[in-house]
Design a protein around this ligand. Structure first.
Ligand SMILES: [Zn+2]
Length: 270
């Protein structure tokens, strides 16, 4: 069981990339500079309901995860362990790196619960799945986010039920993650000319279209990929998002929105 959780519902600056309070490692200096140049302030600062904020935060975290698969493929990143874990790690690193503290914490809360696809605990856990069990992905996410700034994130660790036995190692886990993905960002920055990602919207999907269009534009100022990745919103017949190496595309299924809303409703009921 997870501890009770309060949704904060603050994503007023979710499409702005700022590094307030972030002290980048020297390895990430070039990357961090690029991010700072993109810090133009909130693109669409507005009040949204906690439910909307939950959905929007998870659209971001899922996009960052799929972007991880694209980078792994196109940059031929060696993977030691599960690729799905590596993609999750990039997602939480980007949440930590790209936003001011308040916004990053808000997104991290919501994205943590986005991993719990079955809040009622009624489904069988498939340990053979290429993804780790939902609760493990949740704790990995919380641990790395906490480990990035443990002095200021004690309350988050308590709120999200991170046990002390795991918490004591999280700053080390964060440092390893930053080192590993930082090398890839350095490689892209130094050796890749950069082909922009292309966004393809879906009909009747205004919210996800708006969020991902802005996010793809921002990430095009940060990530330099050797080939064009198509990021598309589309109806797939299932609640999913995926990277397809055969046509170098990330698809965010429109059905995912209702699934995220369902997770939010069930989580807040429990
Ligand atoms: Zn994945």
């Amino acid at each position: 069981m997870l501890t009770p959780y309060r949704f904060s519902g603050i994503i007023s600056g979710m499409t702005s990339f700022c590094l307030n309070g972030y002290d980048p490692m020297p390895r990430l200096y070039v990357f961090a500079t690029a991010v700072s140049l993109a810090c133009l302030g909130p693109v669409h600062a507005q009040d949204v309901s906690p439910r909307e904020a939950f959905v929007e935060a998870n659209i971001l975290s899922i996009y960052y995860h799929e972007l991880g698969h694209a980078i792994i493929d196109l940059m031929e990143v060696p993977i030691f362990g599960q690729e799905e874990d590596a993609a999750d790690v990039l997602s939480v690193l980007l949440i930590n790196w790209l936003f001011d503290e308040e916004t990053a914490v808000s997104i991290a809360y919501d994205a943590a619960f986005g991993y719990i696809n079955d809040p009622d605990g009624t489904h069988e856990v498939h340990y053979w799945d290429i993804h780790g069990p939902d609760e493990q992905r949740y704790y990995n996410h919380v641990c790395i986010f906490f480990g990035a700034n443990p002095e200021e994130r004690q309350n988050l660790a308590l709120d999200l039920g991170l046990p002390e036995d795991r918490a004591q190692w999280c700053s080390v886990e964060y440092a390893q993650a930053e080192e590993a993905w930082g090398l890839i960002f350095d490689e892209m920055d130094e050796h890749v000319e950069g082909v922009p990602m292309v966004f393809v919207p879906a009909d009747d999907a205004d919210r996800v279209n708006r969020i991902l269009a802005a996010e793809v534009a921002n990430m095009n100022t940060i990530v330099k990929l050797p080939e064009a990745v198509t990021v598309k919103v589309d109806a797939c017949g299932e609640a999913n998002a995926f990277y397809d190496p055969s046509d170098i595309s990330i698809t965010f299924c429109t059905e995912f929105i209702a699934h995220l809303e369902d997770i939010y409703d069930k989580t807040t009921e429990n």
